[in-house]
Write a protein of this length. Structure first.
Length: 762
């Protein structure tokens, strides 16, 4: 039984405008040990015959038998196995993989050898056999024609297949090199079947054992020139595990990635552009959507529960202490409205405008990045976005105050700052001591109650000469609507100038040289909401009011703080708290209990309700249909814009990478012609694409780190969280899977003959 048998084989080529016969009615048999020369004019069908024998092209008529088995029913996968077992191909134009070295080209054919060291040893032996040892590390693109052909022969020998097909292997070589190549093939034919297509029979005449002449697609002559000993070929059993196929694909993909620096650099740049574009689009469009934010009823503080009595009455300090003990609260704050108020801070740095909202807190567990935690009532630590590092400093504090006129209305010394990178957080924090919180709470109460409270102020002045006490009525004043710790005084014009100047802890008012101000002030508090029309009178010792004159002189450009008709009376936090507490103790109905966790806070709610209180955890949320509708419309628009940007980036990546990869499709066809399994080639494509993504992931991570940790850029892009990063990475992976699948489909759509460079010759 012959190794190969062609029975009435016919091949027809169909194009749009014509039908051409490649070969027809071919009947041939071949065995191991033959050196067959196929001759004929150009276009006679010689190469077509070799393509059919190699399985790189199909046939429409007859039958090709391999050791007696017909092949007309073969699928592409069957032909793949056939080439893997039986065929090595040597081409006229070499079809060497130019980006691989000589050693890598030869090792490709030895991929079935699992041991890397054994594979390398065998490849070096074959390279030495064809005289290419000196050039083993040269890339194919740097070799001469003869060197390329020798490399291809070494590759064919490495595969150790029974059939070597050579399509005009000396067509581009000089006579001396041609002689050496033919002699080498003749030597190989003693243990293999060598079929060589040639235009010049004289080159192979003294080595050939048989000549087949093709004319017009048919066998014109089939002549045995030398008798050969028939050798029975035993078919090797190939049983390769999937793990081995995957490993070979990994190795091939890595070699392809490292051997084509220009292509891989271009692919890496494309991936970087795509992932950074996706990053910026996500940060701009869909990272910080209001439609997906929670709207808390109160400022959310871990473990906080807000309570009021069900009967609406005021909760006393003693009552609150007992309630806290009974439900196991760690702490409590009676006057807690300050938790739910916020102040704003803004700064213009060059062209960059910084803005942050701040909320008050007494969390002592937060450690500052610069400075120290607050210790006194008038000290605070700020928790700010990293962008504010430009204002408050990194290693030392550049600013140690908060401007009360523009922000919180209370003189606070900033002792430390803690920075955070997540600029999507709605609020920063002003961390206070508990005493400081209570004092600012009193100051804040002035502002909140300005619409329902006013005070009458009367000041007595004593004439030094006669001891006569003159009552000077400065009229009424109200708490400033802007919430500052200031009291606006409407003065009655008496023809005299009134000056309030500071003297550390006391206030003096000079009417003239003959008068001096008494050291106490009489406030008449009128509050019809809380006192039901009853007037309450109390004397407050003004010597307890600390006036910080120096800080505000620049604002008024003189020592005059209180002028002719109106002015500002600055009072200390202690005095404010003393005045406010008198009202608040009879009117404030809310309080906050603090537990270790939100879960414990939630567990306390039912118990508190059974005790007669309305209790709500600070993580409770609410929805506003009108507000949410506008948020959802905004979200739809932004998500739609994001999708358009992503589609554009995907199209850009597909277009650019497709052209680059398809330019190397010939290399994949060479791999297919060598009998390397299609699955191995496909896996190598995925590996090559995914390795190209690794630099983009690194650049992506570095870019995000730099942007969000650099104060000047942190404010520009909305901070992204883990879900967004995962979404981008998964999106890039899916896109690469899709593109690689598309490329693989294109690569394997045509036969090897159509894909190979120079493979269209007939």
């Amino acid at each position: 039984m012959s190794l190969l048998k062609l029975q009435d084989i016919g091949k027809i080529y169909v194009s749009e405008n014509s039908v051409a016969v490649g070969i027809r009615g071919v009947n041939l048999e071949f065995d191991i040990g033959e050196f067959v020369a196929v001759t004929g004019k150009s276009g006679s069908g010689k190469t077509t015959l070799l393509n059919i024998i190699s399985g790189m092209d199909t046939y429409e008529e007859g039958e090709l038998y391999i050791q007696g088995e017909g092949t007309s029913h073969y699928s592409q996968a069957d032909w793949e196995i056939y080439r893997q077992k039986y065929i090595s191909f040597i081409f006229q134009d070499y079809n060497i993989i130019d980006s691989f070295t000589v050693l890598q080209n030869v090792e490709l054919a030895l991929s079935d050898i699992e041991s890397r060291s054994e594979r390398r040893k065998r490849a070096l032996e074959l390279i030495e056999r064809v005289g290419m040892t000196k050039f083993k590390n040269h890339k194919g693109s740097k070799l001469s024609g003869g060197q390329k052909q020798r490399t291809v022969i070494a590759r064919a020998l490495a595969k150790d297949s029974p059939v070597i097909l050579a399509d005009e292997p000396t067509g581009n070589l000089d006579s001396q090199t041609s002689e050496e190549i033919i002699k080498l093939l003749a030597e190989i034919s003693k243990e293999k079947l060598v079929i060589i297509v040639t235009h010049s029979f004289s080159q192979v005449e003294k080595y050939a054992t048989r000549e087949i002449r093709i004319f017009d697609g048919s066998v014109e002559r089939d002549e045995v020139l030398k008798e050969t000993k028939k050798i029975q070929y035993t078919e090797p059993q190939i049983s390769e595990k999937k793990q081995r196929t995957f490993k070979k694909g990994l190795e091939l993909g890595w070699h392809r990635f490292t051997s084509m620096p220009k292509l891989t650099t271009f692919m890496c740049i494309l991936m970087i552009i795509a992932i950074l574009g996706t990053f910026f689009a996500t940060a701009w469009c869909v990272t910080d959507l209001d439609a997906f934010k929670k709207n808390y009823m109160f400022t959310h503080i871990d473990g906080r529960t807000v309570i009021i009595r069900q009967d609406g009455k005021v909760i006393s300090d003693d009552e609150l202490s007992k309630v806290a003990d009974e439900v196991g609260a760690e702490s409590y704050i009676h006057y807690d409205s300050l938790f739910d108020s916020n102040v704003t801070m803004s700064e213009l740095l060059g062209n960059q405008y910084l803005y942050v909202s701040l909320r008050y807190n007494v969390d002592g567990s937060i450690k500052p990045d610069v400075g120290r935690a607050p210790e006194a009532p008038d000290e605070a630590m700020l928790v700010l976005p990293i962008a504010w590092q430009q204002v408050y400093g990194k290693d030392t504090l550049l600013r140690d105050y908060i401007d009360r006129f523009e922000n919180i209305g209370y003189d606070l010394k900033v002792t430390g700052v803690k920075y955070y990178y997540d600029n999507t957080v709605d609020y920063g924090k002003i961390i206070l001591t508990e005493e400081g919180f209570n004092q600012i709470s009193a100051v804040d109460f002035f502002g909140d109650q300005s619409s329902s409270k006013y005070f009458d102020l009367n000041i007595s002045a004593v004439n030094k000469e006669n001891g006569f006490s003159e009552q000077i009525n400065l009229g009424s004043f109200t708490v400033s609507d802007d919430g500052y710790s200031s009291v606006m005084i409407d003065m009655e014009l008496t023809g005299r100038e009134y000056y309030i100047v500071s003297n550390q802890y006391s206030l003096k008012k000079y009417l003239s040289d003959n008068y001096e101000l008494r050291t106490d002030l009489r406030f008449t508090v009128n509050d019809y909401d809380y006192y039901t029309g009853n007037e309450s009178v109390k004397i407050y010792n003004f010597s307890s009011a600390e006036l910080n004159r120096e800080k505000y002189l620049d604002k008024f450009n003189s020592d005059t703080i209180l002028g002719y008709s109106e002015g500002i009376l600055y009072i200390s936090p202690d005095l404010a708290r003393e005045i406010v507490d008198e009202v608040r103790n009879k009117s404030y109905t809310q309080a906050s209990l603090f537990f270790e966790t939100d879960r414990q806070a939630a567990e306390s709610v039912d118990k508190l309700r059974d005790m007669g209180y309305v209790a709500v955890t600070s993580d409770s949320t609410y929805t506003s249909e009108d507000l949410m509708l506008s948020y959802y419309i905004e979200a739809v628009v932004l998500i739609g814009l994001w999708v358009l940007i992503i589609l554009f980036l995907a199209f850009f990546l597909s277009l650019c990478s497709s052209r680059a990869i398809m330019a190397k499709r010939g290399d994949l066809a060479i791999l297919r012609s060598m009998g390397i399994k299609n699955n191995v080639i496909r896996i190598s494509m995925y590996v090559q694409m995914f390795i190209s993504m690794i630099p983009s992931f690194i650049v992506f991570a570095v870019a995000a780190f730099i942007i969000y940790t650099t104060p000047s850029t942190n404010e520009i892009f909305a901070f992204m969280h883990l879900p967004q990063y995962i979404m981008i990475l998964i999106g890039m992976i899916i896109l690469n899977l899709f593109l690689t699948k598309l490329y693989n489909k294109k690569m394997f759509r045509d036969s090897v003959r159509k894909t190979l460079r120079g493979g269209d010759k007939e």
